[in-house]
Design a binder for this molecule. Sequence first.
Ligand SMILES: NC(=O)c1ccc[n+]([C@@H]2O[C@H](COP(=O)([O-])OP(=O)(O)OC[C@H]3O[C@@H](n4cnc5c(N)ncnc54)[C@H](O)[C@@H]3O)[C@@H](O)[C@H]2O)c1
Ligand SMILES: [Zn+2]
Ligand SMILES: [Zn+2]
Length: 397
Amino acid sequence: MSSGNRAVVFHNPRDMRVDNLEFPKLEMPNKAKAPHGVILKLVATNICGSDLHIYRGSFPVPEGMVMGHEMTGEVVEVGSDVEFIKVGDIVSVPFNVACGRCRNCKARRTDVCETVNPEVDCGAYGFNLGNWQGGQAEYMFVPYADFNLLAFPDKDQAMEKMRDLALLSDILPTAFHGLMEAGAKPGSTVYIAGAGPVGRCGAAAARLLGASCIIVGDYHQDRLDLVKRNGCETIDLNQDIPLQDQIESILGEREVDCAVDYVGSEAHGIGNEADDLQPAAAINQVMDATRAGGATGIIGVYGPDPLASTKAEQEGVFPLDFGKNWIKSPRISGGQAPIMHYHRELMMAILWDRMPYLSDMLNTKIISLDEVPAAYDEFDQGSPEKYIIDPHGLVPA
Ligand SMILES: NC(=O)c1ccc[n+]([C@@H]2O[C@H](COP(=O)([O-])OP(=O)(O)OC[C@H]3O[C@@H](n4cnc5c(N)ncnc54)[C@H](O)[C@@H]3O)[C@@H](O)[C@H]2O)c1
Ligand SMILES: [Zn+2]
Ligand SMILES: [Zn+2]
């Protein structure tokens, strides 16, 4: 087995490098032994919009941290307490690190595990959330493997469908969660804020759910084209037309049943304000777009942002139009998505070809580790690809 580990390491904002590190050990961040864990050889490990917050410097992490939280890999080593996961299994790793033993994990709220981060009740790989090293690498350590990992039923089939299955570690279940929180069901009318990879997964998940009119808003025409050619309506937010007017011109009604923010605090305004960073714009727009009695999901990441222009926003306090919307009895939910709630069923939907439009909507692009620094830059510029790193050259063309 290889002695080293090539990995994408954060050095400074806009400075990601591929460094040679030590091969990972079955060991927790505090160096305690982890016989419940496994070592994975990464097969597909994606770059996410959440990594862009780190790349741009709006989500500070320590220098030297390995990036990446969307991993699919082959198990190459198992600890002595692992009972069910086997060497050779191809597995999806939920981005939430979860112990499987605490009160929240027992309730399948793996987004808020109480034990995997001494600072807050939430752990994730490749973030400043419990010092878990990420998986944009050749190899990585994953704890509590029997609880966390989703093993694919057949290795050959998994390799064949890897471009879609690679989305199960985060963005497809995350996007689905946003729709569930917004109460989406067959026939619902839906507004999706953001046509990045997560918003495009939202559009695909809305189709799977049988939503009727699916409207996606963004500024990047090439991103909007990907959903438009797959059965969605689109809104170009560069146009100086209020959102409800745009929705009315498509739907004949000014508001939708459900709306989801797939943007986060790096949101921009509409029309003349499209160049302005307005951290609360997407939340306010989805509240505005949702009918009285409807519901809104907030999937975008919000946190204290050192790059924000006001002191309040730097501290994570955002100006919400809550008073304007209160009369509509809003239901709003936010936070990280509990991937384990949804990943098995979404895996089955992929394996049984229920989402044949998924890879076209996502426009996945397979890259090598050496191509990663350039890919961060392109993704930051709004490129329409979803980048999947294939560190060992294993994903079939
Ligand atoms: N909650 C979770 O568990 C979770 C998991 C994964 C990703 N996320 C978050 O989801 C968000 C989207 O991720 P991504 O990979 O698609 O990122 P991305 O940066 O590629 O996409 C964001 C898109 O939003 C667009 N946008 C900006 N302002 C807008 C507005 N007011 N209305 C509509 N669109 C607007 C941008 O042009 C861009 O295309 C990020 O904040 C990411 O961190 C959250
Ligand atoms: Zn992600
Ligand atoms: Zn837990």
